[in-house]
Design a protein around this ligand. Sequence first.
Ligand SMILES: Cc1cc2nc3c(=O)[nH]c(=O)nc-3n(C[C@H](O)[C@H](O)[C@H](O)COP(=O)(O)OP(=O)(O)OC[C@H]3O[C@@H](n4cnc5c(N)ncnc54)[C@H](O)[C@@H]3O)c2cc1C
Length: 417
Amino acid sequence: MGYSGFKVIKEGLFGQRGWKPVWRDPDPKPEYDVIIIGGGGHGLSTAFYLAKEHGITNVAVLEKGYLGGGNVGRNTTIVRANYMLPGNSEFYSHSLKLWEGMEQELNYNTMMSQRGVIMLCHSDGQRDLFARRGNAMINQGDDAELLDPAGVRRELPYLDFDNIRFPIYGGLLHRRGGTARHDAVAWGYARGADQRGVDLIQNCEVTGIDIKGGVVTGVQTTRGAIRANKVGIVVAGRSGQVAAMAGLRLPIESHVLQAFVSEGLKPCINHVVSFGMGHFYISQSDKGGLVFGGDLDFYASYAARGNLPMKEHVMEAAMTLMPMIGKARVLRSWGGIMDMTPDGSPIIDKTPTEGLFIDCGWCYGGFKAVPGSGYSFAHLMATGNLHEPAARYRLDRFRTGAGLMDEEGTGSQHNLH
Ligand SMILES: Cc1cc2nc3c(=O)[nH]c(=O)nc-3n(C[C@H](O)[C@H](O)[C@H](O)COP(=O)(O)OP(=O)(O)OC[C@H]3O[C@@H](n4cnc5c(N)ncnc54)[C@H](O)[C@@H]3O)c2cc1C
């Protein structure tokens, strides 16, 4: 079923009876050409691009819960391409271009809103770093503008400009950055993959990976064994556990990241604002809720909820930056499990087992990577070759130490910064 303005009006006039389920609910077949483990944003976009770009449609996405119930439906929806280091720069640039064409490509309203991302700086050193980052973004072909304090005041008049501890020295504005509706992205890719013949199988947990003579032959699931010569692991916070089923130990720790939403308010925050020095960021959803968050909870966990001290820290940072927020009431908070790598950059690679591939390590920034990651991972699984924009995301960089991409300069303690 195609979506259009005409269809919406027609359904409105005739009692909304013509809508059909957006994807099928098939039983698993005994064998597929490709199995994708994980029905999050990255798994679904991988399946979509396998079908669309490579004509590989005998594919199953196996999801232990429901599609979009993981981090893809739990994040704060920020999309941007303001990375600095070679390796990340070209990847996120490619991903943002895919975002810009996504609604047309999927014929699905993902509510992509390029409202601009502003990162604030609070010292000379941080401003110099942002100038450098902005130059790297422009060299990559993306947009960046360095704002002085008056420029920040023009865009964000509601900030506390008299704060002694965090004086505002300026900001880095990335106009093409913004937000999109997270679960719509999952649904859009799911629908696109299903339309091309991919089987999306929910309530199907992978419990084992079958390997014979160093070659993958299929998976064991709660709905029986399924054979395939190619298997992709795309399970975000569960990457360590699922990789262990193939005897693979990953350089990943799973940590909790929390998010918060206020009651619905009239439009007051027009951008995504990031206050890195205080570990706080915020935007306003189309429904009016202020959507905000901070840093990781500082302990490894598989629980999708967070601790109270981190909540307090985020609220304090919010009040420091924009005291007016104290009048709003928080409606909800939740957590998601982040697959943290030591250098803060992801992995898209083959594994030592032939036919077994892995896409993980997106830390707390993998939503913006959903289209780029799926595109690059599908390329790798279909052709056996690394896709150029993602060619630095190799697993062996953690063994050799060569090619690490430490975007935040936090060394091997990235997940404790
Ligand atoms: C609070 C919060 C805020 C965030 N904010 C942002 C942001 O603003 N911008 C940004 O770019 N990123 C953000 N992120 C990060 C982003 O959400 C993740 O990096 C990204 O969603 C991870 O990829 P995914 O969508 O494929 O993961 P998921 O949606 O978690 O998909 C993985 C899927 O694998 C399934 N699975 C696990 N084990 C198995 C198994 N054994 N068998 C079958 N299925 C299995 C899970 O059920 C899950 O559905 C945020 C994350 C959180 C939690």
